[in-house]
Design a protein around this ligand. Structure first.
Ligand SMILES: Nc1nc2c(ncn2[C@@H]2O[C@H](COP(=O)(O)OP(=O)(O)OP(=O)(O)O)[C@@H](O)[C@H]2O)c(=O)[nH]1
Ligand SMILES: [Mg+2]
Length: 427
């Protein structure tokens, strides 16, 4: 089965917790703090594996959770950090952040890697909080939560040229006679349900990769027929090979076909119209084809390159293949995304772009506090330790949350909620 679009969830490992511990040594009556830091949680990294051809494996595994860092240990020993979790994808995979729509990475070359979510840092152990005024603090931080994301993975094949056209015009037949590929061929519409790739060699010993795509019909961009979903596979191709049934054997007008398909390409993505296009006038072995070709040439004008062929009798193939190879060589690659569009930095920017916090008045008179920074601080607090709790309340004060609550009318004893926890507001 060919799978070219999936949605998955990735979560980097949380940092390990720091711990509270003290030195207990012979002849040292009251040892100092000695709680180690937690280790860093694992990142999630995507890597291209050229042995993969589709995104099929992701139909069975959609959740990827990386390892949590190890907790700190006594005697100031730090917990172990975790190695990144590697997720393998086929060449041509684009990763998009489902929430923001930002392109996270476009992975095309074997071995290319992208870190998609970062593991949390380890929480600090109590020895890090020692100060002259508090030489034996009862504070340890929990690990920082790992980042998480919903990602859309799309496979956009890496072909040099792509065959487009109405159903049954002979796209698969063409691929089958110019390469070793064995696509299904039949006289009904939508025989091809997923793209096929073939390696073509020209008579002057040049080669390129040609993709055979499912047929398009009018309205494909709005989902008619198989829709335009497969057009994502020609986004990377340098050359569009537009196949037309010049015999008109199905009762359609070849020139209208030509215009309809071009309109669909435009509707899908304006930039497809920038690609050089070669027209394969197919089925020239059938009656009426010659006459239709003359009319077509007149309508299309001089500038349009037309190659009359018959995929069935193999007439005219060498010339069109050479011309495709020429165009593939002379056309620069079309970058799918501008450099600045691929925003690897989203990973780091995440916390900063959010509001510091938001307070919602609940129906029962309580208050809910939301915001990445305060929620992270909350998760990193060990509420079993008095000093840790004190530190958290200082943070709330410093961020201005206490004052904001007061401004909204909070009084002693009111319920305040963060995430799924409740505590009391104390003046
Ligand atoms: N006479 C003649 N018939 C052809 C030629 N090329 C293809 N055909 C026939 O046209 C029909 C459709 O061919 P396909 O190659 O499956 O067409 P397609 O464009 O891949 O169609 P879809 O996959 O449905 O979009 C088959 O019956 C082929 O034998 C040709 O050059 N001459
Ligand atoms: Mg086909």
């Amino acid at each position: 089965m060919f799978v070219d679009k999936v949605k998955i969830y990735v979560k980097a490992g949380d940092g390990g917790n720091g711990i509270v511990a003290y030195r207990r040594e012979k002849y040292v009556p009251d040892g100092g703090p000695a709680g180690g830091d937690g280790g860093k949680g694992a990142d999630v990294v995507f890597e291209v594996d050229e042995g993969l051809r589709t995104l099929m494996d992701f139909r069975y595994q959609r959740h990827f959770k990386a390892d949590r860092g190890e907790n700190g240990r006594p005697k100031n020993q730090h917990g172990k950090s975790r190695d990144a979790m590697t997720v393998r994808v086929p060449p041509g995979t684009t990763l998009t952040d489902e929430e923001t729509g930002a392109v996270v990475a476009d992975l095309t070359e074997h071995g290319q890697r992208a870190t998609v979510v970062r593991g949390g840092r380890g929480g600090r152990g109590n020895s890090r909080f020692a100060s002259p005024s508090n030489p034996a603090p009862e504070i340890a931080e929990n690990g920082e939560p790992g980042q998480e994301k919903e990602l859309v993975l799309e496979l956009k094949l890496l072909a040099d040229a792509g065959l487009v056209g109405f159903p049954s015009v002979g796209k698969s037949t063409f691929l089958s006679v110019v390469s070793a590929a064995k696509p299904k061929i039949a006289d009904y519409h939508f025989t091809t349900l997923a793209p096929n790739l073939g390696v073509v060699e020209t008579d002057d010993k040049r080669s390129f990769v040609l993709a055979d795509l499912p047929g398009l019909i009018e309205g494909a961009h709005s989902g008619v027929g198989l829709g335009h979903q497969f057009l994502r596979h020609i986004e990377r191709t340098r050359v569009i090979v537009h196949v037309i049934d010049m015999s008109g054997i199905e009762g359609r007008d070849p020139y209208e076909d030509y215009q309809t398909i071009n309109e669909e390409l435009k509707q899908y993505n304006m930039r497809l119209t920038e690609r050089p296009q070669i027209i394969v006038a197919n089925k020239m072995d059938l009656p009426d084809a010659e006459e239709n070709l003359e009319i077509f040439k007149e309508m299309a004008g001089e500038d349009v390159e037309i190659y009359p062929v018959s995929a069935v009798t193999k007439q005219g193939l060498a010339g069109v293949l050479r011309s495709i190879a020429d165009k593939v060589e002379s056309t620069p690659e079309f970058p799918l995304y501008e450099e600045e569009e691929i925003d690897q930095r989203v990973v780091y920017k995440y916390t900063k772009k959010e509001d510091p916090f938001k307070i919602i008045k609940d129906d029962d008179g309580g208050f809910t506090i939301e915001g990445h920074e305060i929620e992270t601080a909350f998760k990193m607090t060990d509420f079993n330790r008095h000093d840790s709790v004190q530190r958290f309340s200082r943070k709330m004060r410093r961020m201005g949350i206490d004052q904001a609550l007061r401004d909204l009318g909070a009084e002693d004893g009111d319920t305040v909620r963060i995430l799924n926890y409740e505590f009391e507001f104390i003046e």
